[in-house]
Every structure is written in structure tokens, then in C-alpha cells.
Write a protein that binds this ligand. Structure first.
Ligand SMILES: [Zn+2]
Length: 277
């Protein structure tokens, strides 16, 4: 599932490929992708509009149009944007299609069918239910160590699952949450409200570090119109995560085998020795 750095990359590449382009026509092929507008309304609201700005809030991609509307997209598990010449056959699982004024079609392809699109007024974009509830952006001034500590204090759940709650901390998913906990030497099963202010401060720095590290690496990813941003996911500086996906492999710090435990229906990877408190 794409996390903040991956969504950020898709956003930047969409800007490079589609900024200033006119959407000549739009087609919603899988109605459940956009339960808020029927196919006809979807097409009507987006056709004949110019792409003015592509930005991001949390893991949502926001495409501002010159009509005063914004298309909100969440990639969820497997959604991706694909830009192909109009004469090319459509990709598998193409659930929405935008024919542009450069004889290309921007497809939204989604193998697992969890993606979401919603059209809203740009003026009230951040009042949309999906965005209004989100925690501050991790690199914003509002996301301070004190803010993080306050959010954690209110949660009795374990800290790993709390970090995945986008209303408390925005942008982390299963990979970056595990990596940030490892860097801050925090036991993933620790109750969130038991973390001291001092350790919350360390965690705050680690969250920014793991996200910034991946965003920096993603800067050198070439633009692939046929799979926008798609090849980056799962890579980092050494082509390997510190703990994520490394069950039974030696810890990069102490060589203790990395453990995998289920938490909230997902796997958490951690080092028992480095993350003992
Ligand atoms: Zn270790």
C-alpha cells in the first residue's frame, strides 16, 4: 500500500506529465471507484477542464481543475495512474479514463479495486470528509513532538497501530511505521499512552527521517508514463529496509534475528533486542 513518499512521487510525476493538459472527456468504468457521482455525472463534471495543479494531502492525490473542482484520488492497495497513447489498448483493470488534449489517455488502473475518487469544490476541498479528519502533514509546523506526544497519550492501543491512524499521524503505513519504531528503539506492542515525552521526541524525529529519506531517494526516480511512480515502491537507500520484510534476517544493529508479529491484522517487523522497551 503506497505511503506518503510514494504518493508524493506520483503527485510530482503527474504534475510533470499532465499539468496544463485539458481533459477532453472522462469515463468512469467501475462505478464503485466513485460512489459519490454516477458515471454520467462523473464524466460531466470532469470533461472539458484543464489540470491546473496536482498536490497531495496525506495519502490523497488532489487534482485541481480550472473549473473550480478538484478530483480527490486515493490509491489504497494497488491503484496507479497510467498514461498511454490513445491508440494503445487500455491497461488491465482500467477503472477510470481521462482523454487528454495530447492524444494520450490517463488511466486509473486498480487491480485490487480499493481505490477511491471523489469530485469536490476546490474552495471547500479541505472540508471534504476524507481530508478534514487528517492529522497535520508530518513536515508541517503543526506536527511537533508535543503534538505527537499528546496524540499518543490519548491512545490505549499499541503504538504501532496508533501510528497507522491517519487522524493521529498522517502519511505512515506499515513500512514507515515499523522503520520509525526501529530507529527510535520503541517496542511495537508498547501502549501508545505509555511513551514518555522524551521518547515521543525521538520518535517524532525518526518519523520525519524515514519519510524524508525515501522522498529524497524518490527524487531520482525517472518518470514512467506507463506506470506513474509505480516502480519506486518498496525501495530505500540500500534497496532494503532496516526491519520491514526482514523476518529471521539479522538486525542491522545487533544481528538478533528480526521478529514478525501480527498487529491489527497486519505484520509488524521489529528487533526484540534493540526495541525492548
Ligand atoms: Zn537489533
Amino acid at each position: 500500500m503506497p505511503e506518503l513518499p510514494e504518493v508524493d512521487l506520483v503527485t510530482r510525476h503527474l504534475n510533470k506529465l499532465a499539468l496544463g493538459r485539458r481533459i477532453m472527456s472522462a469515463r468512469l468504468i467501475r462505478p464503485r471507484l466513485s460512489p459519490f457521482a454516477a458515471a454520467e455525472e462523473f464524466a460531466g463534471l470532469l470533461s472539458e477542464s484543464k489540470i491546473e495543479h496536482v498536490h497531495r494531502r496525506g495519502k490523497h492525490i488532489l487534482i485541481d481543475l480550472n473549473t473550480g473542482r478538484t478530483l480527490i484520488t486515493h490509491l489504497r492497495m494497488s491503484g496507479r495512474f497510467v498514461m498511454l497513447p490513445a491508440e494503445m489498448p487500455e491497461p488491465k483493470f482500467s477503472h477510470a479514463q481521462f482523454t487528454l488534449d495530447n492524444d494520450h489517455v490517463l488511466h486509473f488502473a486498480d487491480q485490487r479495486h480499493f481505490g477511491m475518487m471523489k469530485i469536490v469544490e476546490t474552495d471547500s476541498l479541505f472540508e471534504a470528509k476524507e481530508l478534514a479528519c487528517l492529522a497535520p502533514e508530518p513536515f508541517s509546523d503543526e506536527f511537533t513532538a508535543a503534538y505527537l506526544h499528546e496524540q499518543l497519550k490519548r491512545s490505549k492501543r499499541n503504538i504501532k497501530e496508533t501510528l497507522l491512524d491517519q487522524t493521529k499521524v498522517c502519511g505512515l503505513g506499515n513500512i514507515y511505521a515499523a522503520e520509525a519504531l526501529f530507529l527510535s528503539r520503541i517496542r511495537p506492542r508498547l501502549a501508545a499512552n505509555k511513551l514518555s515525552a522524551k521518547r515521543a521526541d525521538v520518535l517524532h524525529g525518526a518519523i520525519r527521517d524515514v519519510l524524508a529519506e525515501s522522498i529524497a531517494i524518490s527524487e531520482s526516480v525517472p518518470v514512467f508514463p506507463e506506470n506513474i511512480g509505480g516502480n519506486f515502491y518498496g525501495e530505500n537507500a540500500d534497496g532494503e529496509w532496516r526491519v520491514y520484510g526482514r523476518e529471521d534476517e539479522p538486525c542491522v544493529v545487533c544481528e538478533e534475528p528480526i521478529k514478525r508479529i501480527p498487529q491489527g491484522g497486519r505484520s509488524t517487523f521489529f528487533c526484540r533486542k534493540c526495541q525492548s522497551r
